[in-house]
Design a protein around this ligand. Sequence first.
Ligand code: 5AD
Ligand code: SF4
Length: 455
Amino acid sequence: MEQKVFFIKTFGCQMNERDSEIMAQSLAGYGYVEGMDMYAADLVILNTCSIRAKAEQKVMSQLGYLRKIKEKRADMKICVAGCVAQQEGVRIIERMPHVDLVIGTQNIYDIGALLETSTSKGSQVVTDLRNDYDIPRFLPELSLPGATVSNISPTPSFGFRKFVTIMQGCNNYCTYCVVPYTRGREVSRKVSDIVDEIKVLVESGVREITLLGQNVNSYGKTNQVDLSNENYNFANLLKDVSEIKGLVRLRFTTSNPKDLTDELMRCFQDIKNLCPQFHLPVQAGSDEILKRMNRKYTIAQYTEQVNKLHEYCPDIALTTDVIVGFPGETDEDFEGTMNLLETVKFHGSYSFKYSDRPGTRASEFKEKVDEEVKSARLARFQKRQDEISLERNREYVGKIKQVMIEETREDGSRGRTGTNHIVHFEECLPFLPGDIVSARIYFAGQHSLKGKIDS
Ligand code: 5AD
Ligand code: SF4
């Protein structure tokens, strides 16, 4: 088979990163190998994100740029995948006729086969979105007839940290959010598929797994879970996965506070390899705004969850997402968000200016907040968060932390704590990526820590 080279650029979330891997795996079956040089590639894939207007603009400008490259290299194929592809569909081809394939969020598994047919058919748009579908088993080896965890040979090239998608889509309809439209209804993967996939990864040398979904807390509430026990939930899945022999660290993202149960919070106490790190997006610090966002919890409920989490796991590092300038957000509402920063003292946060997304309810809300007001609020929020993150990081100085090594080089090494803090070491350490070392933290910066091996 003639070998072709693809180059893939991923925008957006970890879910998209995993989807890019899946596309790479699908393409491998059609004679493609991954290359690092976009200009030399036979196929360029943009795996896109449309969560905010800015993310989408980036994709469009990148496509404009690719048009110029394709003028010189007519045989180059261009594929747009992911959330913008799903949302815009044929409009992408209308605006950018040099695009060969537009492939939606549920169709990525077929990318290899679709590219074969696109040669004969001209530009193709495949963006079917079903409410009920089986998420294919990936690793592809596991999809072969008769394959079981014990009879496929482990692939030693998986690295040491991996994402595993446990569900797709979202049913929550937060009024600002495009995801239910770009990724469809919530569908959970089968427990056995998830567990098998992780077993293969761990047998191949992976030490850390992050379970992914738009709202992992509602895992199992939706179809496709082959359960003998219909009360099986995300806490059960966490326990089952954590018991896989050889799995050193387990994480998950993302959670919605409205579905966060006591049982799940208790997992941070009970499951020893579950990392003490939790991303719990709050979005706003005002009950009125939360209501208009359709988040279905109050700030009092959120802070109660935070207190419980600290009770179960005193070392837990909490992070969050915040939107400023949601339609109708007053100065007083915004002060609520600032106050929440002081109450919780998040280790870190991702904060964004609200932007209208197509088809969402909030895009129809009047009372839009001025851009300058949004920018001023964002700057104030981020400045205070930076100070708090530094304070939080300084709490680690003098402490011994378990660090998983990620990279060792002549001029220094890098690893990560269970709380998800990067630790730099000055020397080249005699360890391999994935090894756990004890380190004494001696310096805290804004974005990372410095440590020395504690022997
Ligand atoms: N405008 C701004 N931020 C948004 N997010 C989602 N939709 C929007 C929007 N329309 C943010 C939320 C979410 C994160 C992934 O992106 O904070 O948690
Ligand atoms: Fe972006 Fe959301 Fe799609 Fe992820 S699921 S790529 S964050 S729009």
